[in-house]
Design a protein around this ligand. Structure first.
Ligand code: GLV
Length: 326
């Protein structure tokens, strides 16, 4: 019997590449960089399944070119704003993602970014490496305290909740905004539900954990930044376009807010000449929040299993559009 044809658009852990190749006819894109659009469109013709990344645009054009035999789209990420889910559902193609396994790792990363920004860790580390450290000084590299601060979480999903759990250990007052009030979580942790404006006005720290969609695009823009405290720190580990980068640059330059720590930017990667890169109060890392060995291994496993399940018309372990799961 012919094996199902699959395309994997980047290297994942070798064990899971082997698992895929044992169970399919595998076309693996091994470059560091994503396949260019024209090559991706050529490669999807006639495939039964694709394992893709958030850097691959999976839209109706791609699904049309792939053909009606396409049985599964397996994304190695929890977010899926690069995939047209409605189009996939219309065609009865289940879309897999990798939630849960990355929740705690991403929450840890949120805290790493926050603490580094609050205490100016990357900035002062650069200072030492540049040979500028001459003495201890009472007024050098003063930062913001996290303990006992008001911690505002936008998006109280799995990751937002894990971030909140960690804030308890720092004696923070936690307020949150979400389109859905989470009374179930309020029973487990001291979380206070507030509207967005109240959160912006009162928080010392604002951490973003929303999905990206039409409602959250530029959720944080000039108006919102103007409401924030001048000592506040904005952390974004969600998606770059949730924040209006130009407005953020102006707010950081004019010291309307104190600092930002970004795991995600708009666009990605951030261009070398982006003005945000010139600011000492803007810490930027290259979308690494889930990048621990253990978590990326689990993400490789789930996405590989979703792919192989899907091409065999078996139920995906984690599915974004369960109404068409097998
Ligand atoms: C990473 O950003 C993810 O969505 O998993």
């Amino acid at each position: 019997m012919n094996k199902p044809k699959v395309l994997v658009t980047r290297n994942i852990f070798p064990e899971w590449i082997n698992y895929i190749s044992d169970n399919s006819e595998l076309d693996l894109w091994e470059d560091e960089l994503p396949p260019p659009r024209d090559i991706l469109l050529k490669k999807v013709k006639g495939i039964d399944g694709i394992l893709c990344l958030l850097t691959d645009k999976i839209d109706s054009e791609l699904m049309d070119i792939a053909g009606p035999q396409l049985k599964v789209i397996s994304q190695i990420a929890v977010g899926f704003d690069n995939i047209n889910i409605n189009e996939a559902t219309k065609r009865k193609i289940p879309v897999g993602n990798t939630p849960d396994v990355l929740t705690s790792t991403t929450a840890d990363a949120t805290w790493s970014l926050l603490m580094a920004a609050a205490r100016r860790i990357t900035e002062s580390e650069r200072f030492v490496h540049q040979g500028k450290w001459k003495t201890w000084h009472p007024l050098h590299f003063l930062g913001q305290d996290i303990y006992k601060s008001t911690f505002g979480i936008i998006g109280m999903g799995r990751i937002g909740y894990e971030v909140a759990k960690r804030a308890i250990g720092f004696d923070c007052k936690i307020i949150y905004y979400d389109v859905n009030r989470r009374k179930d979580l309020e029973e487990k942790l001291p979380l206070e539900y507030v509207d967005l404006k109240t959160l912006l006005i009162n928080s010392d720290i604002i951490s973003l954990h929303t999905v990206l969609n039409d409602d959250t695009y530029h959720l944080i823009g000039e108006k919102e930044l103007n409401l924030m405290k001048d000592n506040s720190i904005l952390v974004n580990v969600s998606r770059g376009p949730v924040v209006d980068s130009k407005a953020l640059y102006n707010a950081l330059l004019d010291k309307k807010i104190w600092a930002a720590a970004l795991d995600v930017t708009d666009p990605e990667p951030i261009p070398n000449d982006d003005p945000l890169l010139k600011l000492d109060n803007c810490l930027i890392v290259p979308h690494i929040a889930s990048a621990s060995y253990k978590t990326r291994y689990e993400m490789s496993k789930i996405s590989a299993e979703n792919l192989i399940n899907g091409v065999n018309k078996k139920s995906l372990i984690t599915c974004v559009n369960p109404e068409v799961n097998y």
